[in-house]
Design a protein around this ligand. Structure first.
Ligand code: ADP
Length: 562
């Protein structure tokens, strides 16, 4: 991306797209700009869950919604994308990678997840300023700066070293919103949009000192916070995208170039941050995607538009602050409108949605006898991947491909070894099968191998778990088993599942949130461990209430992790 698009160039781009009668379901989005783009493409909106070729949803996709997709349908989220979008999950995934590749994963400020890493963080007290963030909030809500850590060590927070030397323009701190499209998770395909936003704080920046720590409009660059300040200047003129407190990304790059900085190098550093961040969750997302994939004709059913928030320090080093998996497509100003409209238009064009897969599916359904769709051969698959690539290269518009690109070899080292990945898939599939037909699998396995110990005939629900105490899962099943308390989308990444070689009685205990236990320890030696378990949504509590007659009534459980 040596040539940066200006906003005007982007708006006047001659877009090359094929007009097809595609139907889109916009029932679960509030953003008008999506509908406007659909009009430009001459597509049709439909409330139908069956007719539509594509769903656009503002929130993440649930397991159930993903399972219900028909083979020809697409949706704008990947199952499990919260692994990037939630602060605590991102922290867990990037810390894991940083442990293995400290030099390559140093683009994320040092981050701790409390209370699980309280001991590590305690030693850092007095070494500088920290920014404390609630685990699951957004738009700067609940964020504060502090020197003292003690009062927060036993609470649920994400704590980060504060980058106290940001690059300033007009004396103001700013961060960059870069839009990234994950088009396919396996094979991995990532595109970065060349235009985005720069969000400025409204109060002149001063190095953090005791008396200014609470000034949110100085230290936080969130639009939601700063737009409420009397000093906020809205940009109402698209011909001037370098004024006000929300500007275009290209105007900031232009400014940096004029200041004599090497913007090309900065952009390639940003690309590398994007790719490595997605690589940190690639195996997990790929497993979730493949384990429930509906089609055999190679259609990429999920895609995702992420918002990467990047802060530049005074040396122009890009720091990743967070990844938004549900970025806002509100269009408060003309500048927002032009950028987001182009972004969504180019995203929908790049998807190359066609009618044929839907037609094929309906033909199969209507056929008097069911015919299983033929599986694609390896040759056909490769041919199809080539065709996708040719189409993508012709229809990039405002996008640039960031993975795979010329740095492929460098990125390869962060990918799991192919063989290992294959083995993991086989075991995960076995695990899923086992949850469906435990008896059959157990029989097959006991037939093929001599039993190591006395094996119960079946995992009867009548049998109390204490009777099975002391036997390992492997003795019971002759293989590893996924914890049965989680739905597939909530399963831990495979690497974590491997620890379940434990007595059955231990595995059957609930492993939610705070209750997570080191299974080797007795209950009175329980310890918080890191990485923490993936959170379960709070369970509804059912209470018997006496109304006129006895009945069950659902009451909300507001306590987290219960
Ligand atoms: P939210 O999801 O609530 O927006 P962020 O992690 O993006 O949370 O933080 C909000 C703002 O705080 C950022 O836009 C940035 O201006 C500032 N900020 C966050 N983390 C840091 C950090 N480590 N160093 C300096 N500033 C930060």
């Amino acid at each position: 991306m040596s040539e940066i698009f200006t906003l005007q160039q982007l708006a006047q781009l001659q877009r090359n797209f094929v007009k097809r009668k595609i139907q889109i379901n916009l029932e679960q989005t509030k953003y008008k700009v999506i509908d406007e783009v659909v009009q430009i493409l001459d597509w049709k909106t439909t409330p139908s869950e069956f007719e539509c070729h594509i769903f656009w949803k503002d929130t993440y996709v649930t397991d159930e919604e993903y399972r219900r997709l028909l083979p020809y349908q697409r949706i704008n989220h990947f199952p499990g994308s919260y692994m990037l979008g939630k602060k605590n999950e991102l922290c867990r995934n990037l810390n894991k990678m940083r442990k293995q590749y400290p030099q390559d994963y140093d683009f994320y400020p040092k981050t701790w997840h409390l209370p699980y890493q309280s001991e590590e963080l305690r030693n850092k007290q007095g070494t500088g300023i920290f920014i404390i963030k609630p685990e699951a909030n957004c738009q700067g809500r609940g964020i504060f700066l502090t020197k003292k850590l003690d009062p927060f060590l036993d609470k649920h927070y994400v704590v980060q070293e504060y980058i106290s030397n940001p690059y300033l323009i007009d004396g103001l701190k700013f961060d960059l919103r870069i839009y990234v499209m994950l088009k396919s998770i396996t094979p991995l395909k990532i595109f970065m949009y060349q235009e985005g936003l720069a969000r400025f704080s409204t109060k002149k920046y001063v190095k953090p000192q005791k008396k200014n720590l609470s000034s949110v409009t100085m230290h936080l660059t969130n639009y939601a916070i700063n737009k409420r300040s009397k000093d906020f200047v809205f940009n109402n003129d698209t011909n001037k995208d370098d004024v006000g407190h929300k500007r275009s990304l290209s105007s900031v790059f232009k400014y940096l170039k004029e200041q004599g900085h090497d913007v090309d190098q900065l952009i390639s550093q940003i690309k590398s941050v994007i790719v490595k961040t997605i690589q940190s969750v690639q195996p997990d997302l790929a497993h979730l995607y493949r384990s429930q994939q509906h089609n055999v004709d190679g259609i990429e059913q999920c895609f995702e538009l992420f918002g990467f928030d990047i802060l530049l320090d005074s040396n122009l080093k890009p720091w990743l602050l967070e990844v938004n998996h549900t970025p806002s497509f509100s269009t408060d100003t003309p500048l927002d409108k032009i950028i987001k409209k182009n972004l969504i238009l180019d995203t929908l064009i790049l998807l190359d949605i066609r009618n044929k897969p839907k037609k094929n599916y309906l033909d199969q359904k209507r056929a008097p006898t069911f015919q299983r769709p033929p599986k694609m051969s390896q040759d056909e698959k490769e041919k199809q991947i080539n065709q996708f690539t040719i189409f993508e290269n012709k229809h990039l518009n405002g996008y640039v491909r960031v993975y795979p690109d010329e740095n492929l070899q460098y990125y390869e080292q962060f990918m799991p070894p192919k063989q290992k990945e294959k083995e993991q898939t086989i075991i995960i599939q076995q695990q899923l099968e086992f949850t469906k037909q435990p008896d059959k699998i157990l029989k097959l396995q006991t037939e093929s191998k001599p039993p190591l110990a006395k094996i119960p005939k079946r995992l009867s629900t009548n049998k109390s778990f204490t009777e099975l105490d002391g036997q390992t899962i492997q003795q019971l099943t002759l293989r590893t088993v996924a914890p049965q308390t989680r739905t597939p989308s909530q399963q831990r990444p495979f690497s974590s599942i491997a620890v379940v070689n434990r007595p059955m009685s231990a595995v059957r205990k609930p492993l939610y949130g705070n209750q997570h236990q080191n299974l080797n320890q007795s209950s009175n030696q329980q310890k918080l461990i890191y990485p923490p378990p993936i959170e379960q949504p709070p369970k509804p509590v059912f209470k018997m209430l006496q109304i006129k007659t006895f009945s069950f009534q659902k009451i909300e459980n507001t306590q987290k992790n219960e």
